[in-house]
Design a protein around this ligand. Structure first.
Ligand code: SF4
Length: 301
């Protein structure tokens, strides 16, 4: 991969499931060391499939094409650590945290250092090892369990952390703690932070990509994308967020997302877009790439 700090280089990623659902339709992006890259979109837009593809966790029956090039495979350094939304499903309920984490630690520290690595990881996320290494998952709060999951990820020394809605089940205080800890790893790792909440990405991500219908439709710095969105879908998402913040009914974008099993024609957002033109229903706008940060006919080819 070009560039010493380039950790992830995804090109023309496509994911199709056995039911014919084409969840990802040609996505490309890069993540560099120290970056937090946000991936924003409604549920069903394909962002979790992107996350699973980057982490190599797609189900066997899924077909993936394109390339996902990762740095950090050499030596004992694991390439990707995955932080799931529901930490409770990650841990075995009848084994102590320390025992489960030592299994993960043996990959990164196989020469008898697993115990020390687990202690260090637990301390790093604010869970004193003397208190928590012997604890069982049900003895922890939701926020503590998510921090324990992060410790389990860190103990593998990943070059990249993929965090898929990591705080969706937490209250705001616990969310901030977990996100602070994820952010704290930036010097060493790159982070792909996936969320349906623009405000969370505004606070945490340096760059943001917006996904719709299996594609990235807009990308840029967090300020560019979230403060001055150009794609009508991003504008609609931000308008929904504002409606919620002002205390009114949480708005939804009218209409339904496209069926991922159907062949697409034209712009995938056309049926919901107030700005659509004749060309939008006939021809697909140019993809987001090096030369183009918005995929929309209203912003040129
Ligand atoms: S290409 Fe047309 S339909 Fe699609 S988002 Fe842009 S203006 Fe709307």
């Amino acid at each position: 991969m070009a560039g010493a700090d380039l950790l992830v280089d995804v090109r023309d990623l496509r994911v199709e499931y056995a039911n014919g659902s084409r969840a990802v339709r040609g996505v490309r992006f890069q993540i560099r060391a120290g970056e937090v890259v946000g991936l924003l979109g409604e549920s069903g837009c394909g962002k979790t499939s992107v996350a699973l593809a980057v982490a190599g966790l797609l189900p066997r029956a899924a077909r993936r094409s394109g390339t996902v090039a990762l740095a950090g495979n050499a030596g004992r350094r694991a390439a990707v650590g995955f932080l799931f939304q529901e930490a409770a499903r990650v841990f075995h309920p009848f084994l102590s945290l320390g025992r489960q984490m030592r299994e993960a630690a043996r990959v990164a520290a196989p020469e008898g250092g697993a115990g020390r690595a687990v202690e260090a990881a637990l301390e790093a996320v604010g869970l004193p090892a003397r208190e928590f290494a012997g604890a069982f998952p049900h003895q922890l709060s939701g926020g503590q369990l998510q921090r324990a999951q992060l410790a389990q990820v860190l103990v593998g020394e990943p070059a990249v952390i993929v965090a898929d809605e990591p705080t969706a089940a937490l209250d705001r205080a616990a969310e901030d703690q977990v996100l602070d800890l994820i952010e704290g790893t930036r010097g060493k790792a790159g982070v792909l932070l996936i969320s349906h909440e623009p405000e969370m990405l505004r606070r945490r991500a340096g760059r943001v990509m917006v996904m719709y219908g299996g594609k990235v439709v807009e990308r840029g710095t967090a300020e560019q994308v979230l403060d001055a969105p150009r794609h009508p879908y991003t504008q609609a998402l931000m308008a929904c967020g504002k409606a919620g913040k002002t205390g009114g009914r949480i708005a939804e974008i009218p209409g339904q997302p496209p069926d991922p099993r159907e062949e697409e024609r034209g712009c995938s957002f056309a049926t919901r877009c107030a700005k659509r033109m004749a060309v939008c229903e006939e021809r697909e706008p140019a993809a987001v790439d090096e030369a183009n940060e918005v995929s929309c006919w209203a912003h040129g080819e």
